[in-house]
Design a protein around this ligand. Structure first.
Ligand code: NAD
Length: 480
């Protein structure tokens, strides 16, 4: 059985306590590796290593940092199939998805921010005949990056790459539920020649290892992606120490479908935005709002298309819905399906666990599930389920669509399907969220601001937003 190790000061180490956590393969429900149950002692060592490395890393010319990050990107590309297999085994997602989305995106993150290091510039402000101000944008120092299990390497690198590009040193923690590709990344960084201490990867739980990173006084910034619950806890610890904070949290995103949309394109994309990655993408459109004129036609066809999705072995090339990441998440999804029924909802498709049999008998599989008949205020429509479960609601006017869309306490993303661009722009401006897609979903330009409002978090990642977040601006005023 493989043993995962921490990556501290350039070497792979066992946790100080010698304690490990079981790591499961969700496709089979069996333990297949051990991951460090790190604690404060490991985090302290990592922070010291990062602090020691900071002076030379931050002083390195941007071109040198760029070259190293490009080397990491190339190494990820050269190992795409191994990394995709590792991601699929660890997370339960279809191998195909990991091969075409997760791993290519991880190398894109490094490549994108490698070049950002070369392009990043700061402002100057002239006071005519009096003075010139220029802004220095300096790296923050030692920063903490904490990420979730749904897109493990993809989201881990989305934080690490800009933090390194901007000249920071990092103590990072992947989810304890999916630690494998972060471990592989440690080896890649060693192979790429990343100087010791520049990136340290600590494995372990949120309350122990994660909390030690958040509370450490030398960690000046926290970039966190995960649940709203953990985000709230992290904010309560980081705020009194005045740490810079970016919180990318949960979502309950509306997918607003008007009768005048391109029906075929909408249907194809709505299947993906509902059930890709087992519905475990923070941007999934879990509340589908359909104009009443096409509600019945939409429902019929949506059920037909959903029924075609093959649930089962993630390694099978025809599988569209793999395993749910953990028993805990599997039980949470089942809990919400029962809650939906208790709230008066009708399950119009799915609702049950799936047993693919054979070696996969003990794995955690759920049918894609469609629920209707519930209003905007019920818990099923208010709380994040984070599984292959969507609800359908009807609307009859633009105002009603907006009211339903904005009824959520979350505000991450939204999708609008209509051929009427006036209406689309109007609604996009009024939606309470950070990201809007019109006639598409998950089309990502890495330069754009990424993040949410309301209970979906604070701060933005992506492009210059990330480079600004990972730097501290300092104004220098020179009298003319
Ligand atoms: P989680 O909050 O349980 O864990 C996320 C990470 O935080 C893990 O590494 C975990 O160990 C750590 N953690 C947990 N409690 C902590 C604490 N008190 N202090 C420090 N670290 C702590 O989330 P999860 O279940 O892994 O991920 C699913 C959630 O992530 C969903 O809510 C989903 O919407 C959200 N998510 C958001 C985005 C986004 O960009 N907004 C992207 C992906 C996932």
């Amino acid at each position: 059985m493989m043993t995962i190790l921490n990556y501290i000061n350039g070497s792979l180490d066992a946790p100080a306590s010698q304690q490990y956590l079981d790591n499961y393969n969700p496709a089979t429900g069996t333990i297949y590796s051990q991951t460090p149950d790190s604690d404060e002692a490991d985090v302290n060592r990592a922070v010291e290593a990062a602090a020691d490395a900071f002076e030379s890393w931050s002083a390195l010319p941007a071109e040198e940092r760029c070259k190293l990050l490009l080397r990491i990107a190339d190494l990820i590309d050269s190992k795409t199939s191994e990394l995709a297999e590792a991601e699929s085994t660890d997370n339960g997602k279809p191998l195909k998805l990991a091969s075409i989305i997760d791993i290519p995106r991880a190398s894109s993150n490094f490549r994108f921010f490698a070049t950002a290091a070369m392009q990043f510039a700061s402002e100057s402000h002239i006071m005519e005949h009096q003075a010139i101000n220029y802004t220095l944008r300096q790296p923050v120092g030692v920063v903490g990056c904490i990420s979730p299990w749904n897109l493990p390497l993809y989201l881990f690198t989305w934080k690490i790459a800009p933090a390194l590009a901007a000249g920071n040193c990092i103590v990072a923690k992947p989810s304890e539920v999916t630690p494998m590709t972060a471990f592989e990344l440690s080896k890649i960084c060693m192979e790429a020649g990343l100087p010791p201490g520049v990136l340290n990867i600590i494995h372990g739980t949120g309350p122990k290892a994660g909390n030690a990173i958040v509370e450490h006084p030398k960690v000046k910034l926290i970039s966190f992606t995960g649940s709203t619950r953990a985000g709230r806890e992290i904010a309560s610890k980081a705020a009194p120490q005045f740490k810079k904070l970016s919180l990318e949290l949960g979502g309950k995103n509306p997918n607003i479908i008007f009768a005048d949309c391109d029906f075929e394109q909408m249907m194809k994309t709505t299947i993906n935005s509902s059930f890709s990655n087992q519905g475990q993408i923070c941007l999934c459109g879990s509340r589908i709002l359909v104009e009443d004129r096409i509600y019945e036609a939409f429902k019929k066809r949506f059920i037909e298309e959903t029924a075609k999705l093959k649930v089962g072995n993630p390694m099978d090339k025809d599988t569209r819905i793999g395993a749910i990441v953990s028993r805990q998440q599997f039980e949470k999804i089942q809990y919400y399906i029962e809650l939906a029924k208790a709230e008066g909802g009708a399950i119009v498709f799915g609702g049950d666990a799936v047993n693919p049999g054979g070696a996969f008998e003990q794995g955690w599989y759920m049918q894609p599930t469609i629920i209707e008949g519930l209003g905007p205020e019920c818990r099923t429509n208010m709380e994040e389920i984070f599984g292959p479960v969507v609800t359908l609601q009807k609307f009859s006017s633009d105002e009603e669509a907006l009211r339903l869309a904005n009824a959520s306490d979350y505000g991450l993303s939204a999708t609008i399907w209509t051929q009427n661009l006036n209406r689309a722009h109007h609604i996009a401006a009024k939606l309470e969220c950070g990201i809007v897609w019109i006639n598409c979903w998950l089309l990502r330009d890495l330069r754009t601001p990424f993040g949410g409002t309301k209970n979906s978090g604070v701060g933005r990642e992506g492009g210059y937003e990330a480079m600004r977040f990972f730097t501290e601006p300092k104004n220098v005023c020179v009298k003319l």
